[in-house]
Write a new protein. Structure first.
Length: 452
């Protein structure tokens, strides 16, 4: 109770006592004295209620699971809890230095630094000091966000709401201290941190997250000039926020890579995200139950990230406008997500497809797909360079019969070459031989198809 409010309450009490003290003043005088006393006692009661409210008013700041500072808040909280309060801990193993693509890691990756990070995982509340203010901290779930649904087999299931950290202060100054504390954590997250991979659940929330394994650009095999073109275009886009605002245009860009399976589509986007340190938000559109699920996901996507939509040609909504009485995502919902009011600021949409011809034309217009590139099976030059970069050994191929490549009969993907070499990761020479054998077998099979 503040001194001013206490003085006011005391004044009303004194006035009530004074009104009923002394000699009676007759019938009307007594009534007036009683009414005066009742008035001042009522004022005193109202003032006492306001004092109680002021003493018990709360100001909350909530950090939802999935926010960039969420994990750091957990680490900070754990460090401030006494030993006997650390009864529920969550252990996660992280890699400080992400593995490079390829097989040139000394000791097969033994030099990578892995550590276990402990965070607080309980649901008890604790009082902590933040900038001189006592603040209550509670790790809990928003049970009101839980909702029923059905799994792939049609059975009833339940979506459990993500966790959250709730700070409760007793004054606006305490609330501002919490906000300042969170701001200091946010400022500590520099652009130098590794990109992260965040996966969506079917119920419309982002759940699993981990560091995105590093993929250098020179490990990606695309047709000549395609990767350089994508790098230059994305760099230009990321630096053009002010230009988009000046022109009154939404700041987002869409990319589509099409080509046979295993020819580097996802690898290219992964390398781009790693190079520009863009967090990748990956969602399987086929798993979403409705347009609302996609809108809910986008509502929780921060600025300047990559939205990865793989194999979009298998999604019904991307191929047809016939959505009547069909559950799941609709074409209209998908188009609004890619280029509508709900599209996050600075969003980079990365889509892959094995069959571009089945996609609805509305999905391919500028603003939704701004740049397209194709991937293909390896040429002899690409094959030899990929084997050299992975094993350190060159492999010689016959130069004749290049018309077989042009006809599409020799089909060796980058993924197949990598798979063959990984089988012999402890013996680079054997890996080179396995890759060469793969090429030779496909070449011989192609010749058989054109031999009379």
């Amino acid at each position: 109770m503040t001194p001013v409010l206490a003085d006011a309450a005391a004044d009303h009490l004194s006035a009530a006592r004074a009104a009923t003290s002394g000699r009676p003043l007759g019938r009307w005088g007594s009534r007036i004295a009683t009414a005066t006393a009742v008035y001042h006692l009522g004022q005193q009661g109202r003032q006492a209620w306001r004092n109680w409210q002021a003493a018990h008013r709360s100001y909350t700041v909530t950090v939802p699971e999935g926010d960039e500072v969420y994990d750091l808040v957990h680490e900070w909280l754990l460090a401030r809890l006494p030993d006997d309060a650390r009864r529920a801990l969550l252990a996660r193993t992280i890699t400080d230095q992400a593995s490079t693509f390829g097989l040139e890691i000394p000791g097969g990756g033994a030099d990578l630094k892995r550590r276990v990070v402990l965070t607080y995982d309980g649901d008890r509340s604790h009082d902590v000091e933040i900038d001189g203010h006592t603040v209550n901290v509670l790790v809990t779930r928003d049970e009101q966000s839980s909702k029923p649904g059905r799994d792939e087999d049609g059975r009833s299931s339940y979506f459990v709401a993500p966790r959250r950290v709730v700070f409760t202060a007793r004054s606006p100054a305490g609330r501002d201290a919490v906000a300042g504390f969170l701001q200091s954590i946010a400022e500590s997250l520099t652009i130098e941190r590794p990109a992260r991979l965040i996966l969506a659940s079917k119920w419309g929330n982002w759940s699993t997250r981990r560091n995105l394994p590093h993929r250098p650009l020179d490990s990606v095999v695309l047709p000549a000039g395609h990767l350089d073109d994508l790098v230059a275009d994305l760099r230009r886009f990321l630096g053009a926020e002010a230009a988009y605002e000046r022109l009154g245009q939404p700041w987002h860009r869409g990319y589509l890579l099409s080509g046979p399976p295993g020819t580097g589509k996802t690898s290219a986007f992964r390398a781009l995200a790693s190079h520009f340190r863009l967090d990748v938000y990956s969602v399987s559109l086929s798993d979403l139950g409705s347009d609302a699920n996609l809108m809910e996901l986008l509502a929780n996507v921060p600025e300047r990230v990559m939205l990865l939509l793989e194999d979009i040609d298998v999604v019904h909504a991307a191929k047809t406008r016939d959505d009547a009485d069909r559950p799941g995502l609709t074409l209209a919902g998908l188009l609004n997500a890619l280029d509508g009011m709900a599209t996050p600021h600075g969003l980079v949409t990365a889509m892959t497809t094995n069959d571009r011809s089945v996609l609805d034309p509305a999905l391919l217009r500028p603003g939704r797909v701004d740049k397209e590139r194709t991937t293909d099976y390896l040429t002899p030059a690409q094959f030899t360079e990929l084997v050299r970069s992975l094993t350190g050994h060159r492999v010689e191929l016959q130069e004749s019969g290049t018309d077989l490549l042009a006809s599409g009969r020799v089909q060796v993907s980058a993924a197949e070459v990598v798979g063959a070499i990984i089988e012999h990761h402890d013996d680079p020479a054997a890996g080179r031989a396995a890759a060469a054998s793969l090429w030779t077998d496909r070449w011989a099979a192609a010749i058989d198809t054109v031999t009379p």
